[in-house]
Design a binder for this molecule. Structure first.
Ligand SMILES: Nc1ncnc2c1ncn2[C@@H]1O[C@H](COP(=O)(O)OP(=O)(O)OP(=O)(O)O)[C@@H](O)[C@H]1O
Ligand SMILES: [Mg+2]
Length: 220
């Protein structure tokens, strides 16, 4: 079953001499439980694609369908429910809240969620080796530690879809393989679908399927 479908997706930025066709008629179908890597050079359209999949940017034309729902048809409230309950997002820049501690940042998506599981916060912090930094603020952390906080925040609600933009871009090889193995473990345990952007073929090997993007066009 297709959990996420991209249909005839095009994204054009700017116009006239500044026009950039970031995505050019993209079609992708991703099944539940798949771990997909999207690989491509800098500027090929990876982040644009991920942001549109997440409903953070609107396409120029085409559709994103998540569990049979066209996300452009959702109102603001439905969209925020989608983010909170179904999608875990890991951004290329971590987007942590500067005034909140590590633990508070991770727990942010659980606000308004009924069956909170505090043990899972502790488990994630331990698994990501940030448990000794739980009272720290983001600016007191290294880039790699901030990245791991962002990963824990994306996993906290056990979302059915995880969208990750270079989730290990700031990690050394050892932490990188730890994080990727953790994502894989989470994927298996909770039957999650992972869509992960990278420009590194070694990282793409963790995925079950690799989609290549070149100048806004898919080459699978
Ligand atoms: N807000 C914007 N306005 C204008 N052009 C943009 C905008 N965002 C992205 N672009 C252009 O769209 C193209 C795709 O950008 P995108 O950020 O998706 O690339 P990427 O594959 O994620 O690259 P990287 O690996 O460097 O993160 C680039 O040519 C970029 O210059
Ligand atoms: Mg990018």
């Amino acid at each position: 079953m297709g959990i996420l479908q991209i249909k005839n997706l095009t994204k054009i930025y700017g116009k006239d001499e500044t026009e950039v066709k970031a995505l050019n008629n993209i079609n992708i179908k991703i099944n539940k439980g798949e771990f997909v890597a999207i690989i491509g050079k800098s500027g090929s359209g990876k982040s644009t694609l991920l942001h549109i999949m997440a409903g953070l940017e609107t396409p120029t034309s085409g559709h994103v369908i998540i569990e049979d729902i066209n996300i452009s048809s959702l109102n603001e409230k439905q969209q925020s429910i989608l983010w909170r309950e179904k999608i875990g997002l890991i951004f290329q820049s971590y987007n942590l809240i500067p005034a909140l501690t590590v633990e508070e940042n991770i727990k942010l998506p659980t606000i308004n969620i009924n069956n909170k599981n505090d043990n899972y916060v502790d488990e994630l912090m331990l698994l990501l080796s940030i448990n000794d930094r739980k009272e720290h603020l983001p600016h007191q952390l290294s880039g790699g530690q901030q990245q791991r906080v962002a990963i824990a925040r994306a996993l906290i609600n056990k979302p059915s879809i995880i969208l990750a933009d270079e989730p290990t871009g700031n990690l050394d090889t050892k932490s990188e393989s730890e994080v990727l193995n953790l994502l894989k473990k989470s994927q298996k345990k909770y039957n999650q679908t992972i869509i992960m952007i990278t420009h590194n073929m070694n990282i793409a090997k963790y995925a079950g399927r690799v989609i290549k993007i070149e100048d806004g066009v898919i080459r699978e």
